[in-house]
Write a protein that binds this ligand. Structure first.
Ligand SMILES: [Fe+2]
Length: 255
């Protein structure tokens, strides 16, 4: 290991300190962990990168990449929204809490398709804490643990990857998602996020009194900023209302 770097005082310093590490050969994971951990979140450093895409459960923003060695992302998570259960393509992922708090649920690698995923452990991460995740530890799902605050996380992936595997919890089925970014260096490009948990991605409009335009959005909780959604289609004599709610008579819908 090379000598211990100086603690970064800003996000810019963190990125330049990461760049200055020795990237020949094996990545210096110990010093990467030290740098990410010792940076203290300062909103004025990162808010220009922390974009949210309307309707996304969480939004991925690209901040920096050092030619295939590592990249730096800032992700914004709507209240109680999370990722799909996913792996990390052999990379090391360092997730630092910049705002709010997160729940991480770790799962064992699937035993085979058809078997439900088994929960290994779960942990809450609060401001400035760092989660280091690898495929050796299994899979995980990350969720904003708060029901009204936008959570923001900093991610350093060593090395970056262009696609990743995600898994269905009830049967272990493997899927591939392309990594996409809503913004680069603070400039919005507009890509949606294939790793977001779409079951809960719909937004309420008009202060929570109306659901978004997803066909499977059923109802909104009064006073909530978020739709409660279901993938259950209307069955039998059920009719879908203008807000996606399933009712026997759309006049009875509460939207
Ligand atoms: Fe992850």
């Amino acid at each position: 290991m090379s000598s211990r770097p100086v603690s970064p005082k800003s996000l810019d310093e963190l990125i330049s300190s990461l760049e200055r590490l020795n990237w020949d050969g094996r990545a210096d994971l110990e010093n990467i962990d030290f740098l990410v951990s010792s940076y203290q979140s300062n909103k004025s450093d990162w808010e220009k990168f922390a974009k949210t895409r309307p309707g996304d459960a969480y939004t991925r923003n690209h901040v920096f990449e050092k030619d295939g060695k590592f990249n730096v992302l800032i992700l914004c998570w709507q209240p109680k929204q999370g990722s799909k259960i996913h792996g990390h393509q052999g990379s090391d992922c360092f997730l630092k809490v910049l705002q709010g708090e997160f729940k991480e649920e770790q799962f064992f690698m699937p035993e085979g398709e058809g078997c439900p995923l088994q929960l290994k452990q779960e942990k809450i991460y609060t401001l400035n804490e760092v989660n280091n995740m690898t495929d050796e530890k299994g899979l995980h799902r990350v969720t904003n643990n708060h029901d009204s605050i936008l959570a923001v996380s900093l991610h350093v992936y060593v090395p970056p990857f262009a696609e990743c595997r995600w898994y269905e919890e009830h049967n272990g089925k493997e899927n591939i998602a392309q990594m996409s970014y809503y913004s680069y260096r603070g400039e919005i490009k507009g890509d949606s996020n294939a790793l977001a948990d779409s079951k809960s991605a719909s937004m309420c409009k008009d202060g929570g009194s109306q659901c978004g335009d997803r066909s499977d959005a059923r109802s909104c909780q009064a006073g909530s900023a978020r739709a409660v959604c279901s993938r259950e289609p209307c069955t039998g004599s059920g009719k879908t209302s203008g807000c996606g709610q399933c009712c026997h008579d759309t006049k009875q819908c509460s939207c």
